[in-house]
Write a protein that binds this ligand. Structure first.
Ligand code: PMP
Ligand code: GLU
Length: 397
């Protein structure tokens, strides 16, 4: 078959791939502990589910406006103003089938063939692939644990070329949990304004933030940076709504109109009833978000403590999201369970095959030497998996 060059350049999502492998092993009767998928284990809060059920019962089951229903876009505007200090009108917001879809629309609307898109590494696996789908060139900026896995304005400035078009900022970050401070973001914004670089700001984990960290939206610093920024968010993570598939983008009229046109041919608006449920999520009672956040916080401390007890593994405390991203390079060269650990891929494969523990290797996040474990699981469940890793590394298995 003669597939397009475009799809030949793209790797399938390793995070979703791992979920499928783990589910297969489970179906074969293996007791798999899953640290792979980045999705809350909590159920969608009842008030949100009820809104979805009501929408179906009210026969709210037809196409909606391509931008999304007005009441949802109104609620998003109110939320952005109240929580993010961002003023947008409902025609400057487009609702899509998940934040992943919003990102895809934004990149397709902005990125031309050969444009460079700057992505700080470690990055979420999907960013470079989306850029490749738009025939752009992903340019990664390597960050390390020493700078808290954050790109500095100076690094960004050094990466700028005449072809630089977009920078993708993801704070709080998947996979590192890094949260940029206001001062750091202001410096980055200045570089973007000076060099006329667009910003795609993926803020999907904004509500899952710990300690004294504060989420700040880069577009809130003034008109100059706001004009260049598309802010992306969604309901999947904060409201335990990964399967409902609702995300959104806010930006200037020109970019939102372009995304509107693109979406109108690619997919149309997302599902009508899930838009109603998302309205309830965003405009309704927010107590469940804080309850889940507190629980994630306990799990975060637990998993980091346990990982740091395993010889050869070191883990920084993440400040946001729900991932631990330990450095496992201390295990390199060791033979564990009959296998010599050469890299993160070998270690992740060993964990799955020997002790049925699913983790994502760091390489597809642009960070060989790490593995990613989602802590969107109960402490009891995680303990079982961490004990298995410990026993394997200690040579007890
Ligand atoms: N951005 C980041 C950083 C993510 O981790 C995810 C998780 N899938 C998404 C966007 C997309 O989320 P969704 O499509 O479920 O809204
Ligand atoms: N974003 C989540 C993750 O990183 C969900 C899977 C995906 O869409 O990639 O695991």
């Amino acid at each position: 078959m003669s597939l397009s060059q475009r799809v030949k350049k793209i790797e399938p999502s390793p995070t979703l791939g791992l979920v499928a492998v783990a589910k297969n092993l489970k179906a074969q009767g293996h007791d798999v502990i899953e640290f792979g998928a980045g999705e809350p284990d909590f159920n969608t809060p009842d008030n949100i589910k009820a809104a979805g059920i009501k929408a179906i019962e009210d026969n709210f089951t037809r196409y909606t406006p391509n931008l999304g229903i007005k009441e949802l876009r109104d609620a998003i505007c109110e939320k952005l103003e109240k929580e993010n200090n961002l003023k947008y009108t409902p025609d400057q917001v487009i609702v899509s089938s998940g934040a992943k879809h919003s990102l895809f629309n934004a990149i397709m609307a902005l990125c031309d063939v050969g444009d460079e898109v700057i992505i700080p590494a470690p990055y979420w696996v999907t960013y470079p692939e989306l850029v490749k789908m738009a025939d752009g060139i992903p340019v990664t900026i390597t960050t390390t644990g020493e700078t808290g896995y954050k790109m500095t304005a100076r690094q960004l400035q050094a990466a700028v070329t005449p072809k630089s078009k977009i920078v993708i900022i993801n704070s709080p970050s998947n996979p590192t949990g890094a949260v940029y401070t206001e001062a750091e973001l202001r410096e980055i914004a200045q570089v973007c304004v000076e060099n006329n670089i667009y910003v795609i700001s993926d803020e999907i984990y904004e509500k899952l933030i710990y300690d004294d960290e504060k989420h700040v939206s880069i577009a809130s610093f003034g008109e100059d940076i706001k004009k260049l920024t598309v802010t992306i968010n969604g309901v999947s993570k904060a409201y335990a709504m990964t399967g409902w598939r609702i995300g959104y983008a806010a930006g200037g009229n020109e970019i939102i109109e372009a995304m509107d046109a693109f979406q109108s041919h690619a997919t149309s608006a997302p599902a009508s009833m899930t838009q109603k449920a998302s309205y309830e999520a965003i405009a309704g009672n927010q107590d469940a978000v804080e309850e889940m956040r507190k629980e994630f916080d306990k799990r975060r401390k637990f998993i980091v403590d346990e990982l740091n007890k395993i010889p050869g593994i070191t883990c920084q405390i993440p400040k946001g999201a729900f991932y631990a991203f330990p450095d496992i390079s201390g295990l390199y060269g060791k033979t564990i369970g009959g296998v010599t650990i050469e890299d993160d891929n070998v270690f992740a494969k060993l964990l799955l095959e020997k002790v049925y523990v699913a983790v994502v290797p760091g390489s597809p996040f642009g960070s060989p030497g790490n593995i990613r474990l989602s802590y969107a699981n109960s402490i009891e469940y995680m303990k079982k998996g961490l004990d298995r890793i410990n026993d394997l590394v200690a040579g007890n298995i």
